[in-house]
Design a protein around this ligand. Structure first.
Ligand SMILES: O=P(O)(O)OC[C@H]1O[C@@H](O)[C@H](O)[C@@H](O)[C@@H]1O
Length: 319
């Protein structure tokens, strides 16, 4: 792997040599985009450091984004990959996070774009494959007065989004910059795009315990593949750190691997919940999405002053 930090966009031309294909980066005041020479792309909104688009080389979208999602910072984004920190859902019994909004403030805050870099590795045919990495940061200084009032600890988040041919890696490093210890939960709220939810099976969770949030938070045990036949909201704790795969019509479409994230939330709102969400469009869009959300949410990451925690996912698509 060769790191080439902050190289200029477009083609690099060395006199006498054919121009080498380069990653194209663009950023405006609201989002950052990287496009590989082979056509794969990722777009990250500074609002929430939310990934709003991930495409393959042909431009086919891999993530689901509501057509009425708020992209102007007025609400968390419905779709793509929003970030959940420092609390998953709400935690009325956890004093430090009890007054925070659902899923915390990371998805509602404007992040700073820290920089971009390019790496190359040999591909199967001997040519170099390029990948692009985008880094974003959020600390207490970037919070709204309201969020600061509800969570007053000093912290630092670095979120890295790495686009490779065929896969996307998202990694969050959380550092406690305070003089006091604090707890947090982290989750990568990934909305995968599917063709028909009725054809979907999720593999890799067989034997896992889960909390069924649509059945009184009962603890249950998964048997076989997960099929989505109605509102589904489950917090799985897989037995091992193996991959979770999504298949459609018997064909594998996504593989999700986790690094240091012990839970997987599987969520689909189905008809009634989708109808009740003002930013969920089209209303039958639940047929085209499935949230597979790697996270650390069934307990708390307790960080002493100066401690850091890192969790990551890699999503690979199979075409
Ligand atoms: O509407 P929100 O805040 O984006 O949350 C969407 C869903 O996010 C999931 O992670 C939760 O398990 C669900 O309970 C929740 O409904």
């Amino acid at each position: 792997m060769v790191e080439r930090a902050n190289r200029p966009s477009a083609l690099s031309a060395t006199p006498g040599l054919a121009p080498q294909p380069q990653v194209t980066f663009s950023d405006d005041n609201s989002s950052v985009r990287a496009v590989l020479p082979t056509g794969e792309s990722v777009t990250v909104l500074l609002h929430g450091a939310t990934i709003t688009s991930w495409t393959d080389a042909s431009g086919s979208e891999k993530l689901w984004l509501s057509s009425s999602a708020h992209l102007d910072g007025s609400k968390p984004v419905r779709g793509g990959i929003p970030l959940v920190f420092p609390v998953f859902g709400t935690a009325p019994d956890h004093a430090q996070t009890a007054s925070l909004a659902q899923h915390g403030f990371a998805r509602s805050s404007r992040w700073e774009f820290l920089g971009k870099s390019t790496s190359e590795s040999a591909s199967g045919d001997g040519a170099a494959d390029l990948s692009a990495k985008l880094d974003f940061g959020l600390s207490a200084a970037g919070l709204s007065e309201e969020a600061k009032g509800k969570w007053s600890f000093a912290f630092n988040l670095i979120y890295s989004v790495t686009l490779n041919r065929g896969s996307l890696t998202t990694s969050l490093v959380v550092t406690n910059d305070d003089e006091k210890a604090w707890d947090c939960q982290v989750l990568l709220h990934t909305y995968l795009r599917v063709k028909d939810i009725n054809e979907v099976e999720v593999h890799g969770l067989d034997g896992a315990q889960y909390v069924d949030k649509v059945d009184g938070a009962k603890t249950k045990s998964q048997s076989g593949a997960v099929k989505i036949t109605g509102e589904t909201d489950r917090v799985y704790t897989p037995v091992a750190n193996g991959p979770v795969t999504v298949a459609e019509g018997g064909k594998k479409t996504f593989t999700v691997t986790r690094d240091n994230l012990s839970n997987v939330v599987v969520w689909n709102p189905w008809t009634d919940k989708a109808a009740g969400m003002g930013d969920f469009s089209p209303k039958d869009g639940f047929k085209n999405m499935l949230c597979i959300e790697p996270g650390s949410v069934s307990g708390w990451q307790s960080l002493e002053p100066g401690d850091a925690y890192e969790g990551a996912q890699t999503i690979t698509y199979h075409s």
